[in-house]
Design a protein around this ligand. Structure first.
Ligand code: ARG
Length: 456
């Protein structure tokens, strides 16, 4: 009979047991479940709810169970539903009546809430390490190739000359915000729900603050009904991971474009690509493509959890058991991405000469010409239209701005000076963009220095 079987006359139908179990996926919470139980029995003993000796015996057995689970030397069965029941029933198996005291003033509703919070707190710490390591790799890459220039794109059309490092550092910013969001999520997650019981708190003289302290929670939750119903912390985490996935997907798309024959800006290392089973010449950017694909899972996991919580009446409902599938999938997906991506970026070769050749497109300097006119006192709109007519002139006459004589240039831009003939050097164009946050060499150096210090 199940631990809750007192009022039941029939055993659970086998198909129903299979349908309702969560042990197949929540067993990964075992360490955190045991940590929660140990802090709980410590408190029960301090409060004289159970004898000190019982608390000690329970702790000793819990640690043994943890070791067995750690070693894979523990038998799981769907009859016991979930990780909480497995651990409690193993405890009772050894300690009998003494073990049966562990669940005093506790319900699986507050137990699962504390377990998941403890687990996610550790997972966030691991993710933060990985995100920051990845940022370091991107910054190193930016520094190694800090002179490389490339065309910058808007609308996927040549826009202005930029440093390749500047482009990479844009992603360092995105992943920096991802890390900020994870840290912020950790603050609201770090509140202790145990003691809420099933819904309404306990009639026993529990001391929640001391449990929070032992488990390193910053505070206790204030409302027992909210404590067992709330999954905001998981929603926040999955939103953060979905946004992270969007960033990875955009970076992946850039890398896929860059490694195409059309762009030909980078070459991925062979060990991060695969070939085609049919076309012998192919070398495909699979890691980038799969990461773009996997980011869809992150968005999907967030949608799953949002939809699950929508319309749920207070408080705990069994629907919430399914939260773990979305949460674990998102964590595993983000972790897998962050495990392979740094190596791919570190080993990616850039084709600096080819990128530079593409950046030498004189039309990329059209804005520089307009700004040169502004410097001479021409209102920007007028300057824009002058340069626009120059572009039109060149297209119509099948020529290019850097080939024009000053006289030809003056047909479109009467204010043009000698200096206008020398505006087409891509390095010079980059060097002039030293406004804060711009792509200028010194501005990029400053960004690199900032991140090196931040990530040290
Ligand atoms: N396995 C359950 C879950 O993950 C634990 C809480 C179950 N509570 C209950 N009253 N059935 O949500």
């Amino acid at each position: 009979m199940a631990l809750w079987g007192g009022r039941f006359e029939e055993e659970t139908n086998r198909e129903v047991a299979k349908y309702t179990e969560s042990i197949s996926f929540d067993r990964r919470l075992f360490r955190h479940d045991i940590a929660g139980s140990i802090a709980h029995v410590h408190m029960l003993a301090r409060q004289n709810i159970i004898p000190q000796a019982t608390s000690e015996a329970i702790e000793r057995e819990l640690l043994k169970i943890r070791d067995r689970m750690e070693k894979g030397d523990f038998e799981y069965s769907i009859e016991l539903e979930d990780i909480h029941m497995h651990i409690e029933s193993a405890l009772i198996g050894v300690l009998g009546a003494e073990g049966a005291r562990v669940h005093s003033a506790r319900s699986r509703n507050d137990q699962v809430a504390v377990d998941v919070r403890l687990y996610l707190r550790d997972q966030i710490d691991l993710l933060l390490e990985k995100v920051e390591f990845f940022q370091k790799i991107l910054v190193e890459r930016a520094e190694t190739d800090k002179r490389a220039i490339m065309p910058g794109f808007t609308h996927l059309q040549h826009a202005q000359v930029v440093l390749f490092a500047h482009h990479l550092l844009a992603y360092v910013e995105m992943f920096g915000r991802d890390a900020e969001r994870l840290r912020d999520c950790r603050v609201r997650l770090n509140r202790m729900p145990l003691g809420a019981g099933a819904i309404a708190g306990s009639t026993l003289p529990i001391d929640r603050a001391s449990v929070a302290e032992e488990l390193h929670f910053a505070e206790v939750t204030r409302n027992s009904m909210d404590s067992v119903a709330d999954r905001d912390f998981a929603l926040e985490l999955l939103s953060d991971l979905a946004i992270f996935g969007i960033h990875i997907s955009r970076l992946s798309e850039d890398i896929i474009l860059w490694s195409s024959q059309e762009f030909d800006f980078v070459e991925l290392s062979d060990d991060y690509c695969t070939g085609s089973s049919l076309m012998p010449q192919k070398k495909n950017p699979d890691v980038a493509e799969l990461s773009r694909g996997k980011s869809a899972r992150l968005t999907g996991d967030l949608m799953t959890l949002l939809t699950m919580c929508k319309g749920l009446p207070l408080t705990y409902n069994r629907d919430l058991q399914e939260d773990k599938l979305a949460i674990f999938d998102a964590l595993d997906t983000a972790t897998a991405i962050l495990t392979v991506y740094p190596g791919m970026i570190a080993k990616m070769k850039i084709k600096a000469d080819h990128m530079r050749a593409r950046a030498a497109d004189p039309y990329l300097m059209a804005t520089d010409m307009a700004e040169e006119l502004v410097r001479l006192g021409v209102p920007f709109r007028t300057a824009h239209s002058r340069v626009g007519s120059l572009v039109k002139y060149c297209r119509e006459n099948n020529t290019s701005p850097e080939k024009l004589t000053l006289a030809q240039m003056r047909e479109s831009i009467p204010e043009a000076t000698e200096a206008f003939l020398n505006l087409f050097d891509p390095e010079a164009s980059v060097a002039k963009r030293e406004s804060e946050g711009g792509t200028g060499f010194r501005s990029v150096e400053r960004q690199i220095a900032y991140w090196k210090e931040r990530l040290a």
